[in-house]
Design a binder for this molecule. Structure first.
Ligand code: ADP
Length: 229
């Protein structure tokens, strides 16, 4: 009987997530359907509707992309990697967006040649999500700092923004699937980050103050064999 209970709990978690995805996708689908119907009777308005329909489609696209990144079965390939290479790469990847947001990235690497055993593509995804959140939080632009340091065998990576910060409710609920305060958000970014960091035997911590900003710290074990490579 006990085993059955465990199994049914697991199913309900999957079921909850599936229901959440279906719900999140149904909203933009309903909107799309409505606008298509309107467009049939008001062909002269099609141009006005196109922008809204496009953004609804983009929303469906980001939800499915994040669900895929989160659930796709893949061959895990852990490699020793210098986090500096990843951070610098993500900063240049986001350079056009940061220019638009008037955000400058400032880096301060203090981890020497310590390497981490990681799946670079997955960790890149974590950094992309966190840097994007930092930019979103800084409406008026400004500086986002990325700082790294070592404590014993642990590498810490802090992403510091001076944006709007989080209220206690958001701070408590961050990482919950579909919890978002953004009109165009998916509420999946942080959950994906947490899953990836955990799969690297690491963890994430949040510190935030309304009107002051947010600091996210990722802690990851460094590669034990680094000295021999
Ligand atoms: P999304 O960005 O799609 O909303 P996330 O899971 O990435 O989904 O974030 C969930 C929520 O957490 C955001 O809607 C926002 O309210 C809050 N949040 C995340 N990062 C930050 C940040 N750096 N500053 C302020 N709020 C943040």
């Amino acid at each position: 009987a006990e085993e059955w209970l465990v199994r049914s709990e697991k199913l309900s978690v999957v079921g909850q997530l599936a229901a959440g995805v279906a719900h999140e996708i149904r909203n933009p689908l309903t909107a799309l359907k409505g606008f298509l119907q309107l467009a049939k009777v008001q062909p002269e308005k099609v141009r006005d509707y196109a922008d809204i329909m496009y953004s609804e489609l983009e929303r469906i696209e980001s939800i499915t992309n994040e669900m895929l990144a989160f659930s796709k079965p893949h061959v895990t390939q852990f490699k020793p990697y210098n986090i500096q290479v990843l951070v610098d790469g993500v900063i240049s990847l986001l350079s056009s967006q940061s220019l638009m947001h008037n955000v400058r990235f400032h880096v301060d690497f203090n981890h020497g040649d310590a390497l981490i055993l990681c799946e670079p593509d997955r960790l890149r995804q974590v950094l992309i999500n966190l840097f994007k959140n930092a930019m979103d939080a800084m409406r008026g632009g400004g500086e986002v700092s990325i700082r790294t340091w070592l404590v014993k065998e642990q590498l810490h990576i802090a992403v510091v923004d001076h944006g709007k910060g989080m209220d206690p409710e958001t701070l408590r609920r961050i990482g919950e699937p579909f919890y978002t305060t953004k009109s165009n958000g998916t509420g999946l970014g942080v959950m994906v980050c947490q899953r990836i960091v955990e799969s690297h035997n690491g963890f994430m911590a949040w510190e935030s103050e309304m009107g002051k900003g947010t600091t996210v710290t990722i802690t990851l074990p460094i590669c034990e064999f680094a000295g021999e490579m």
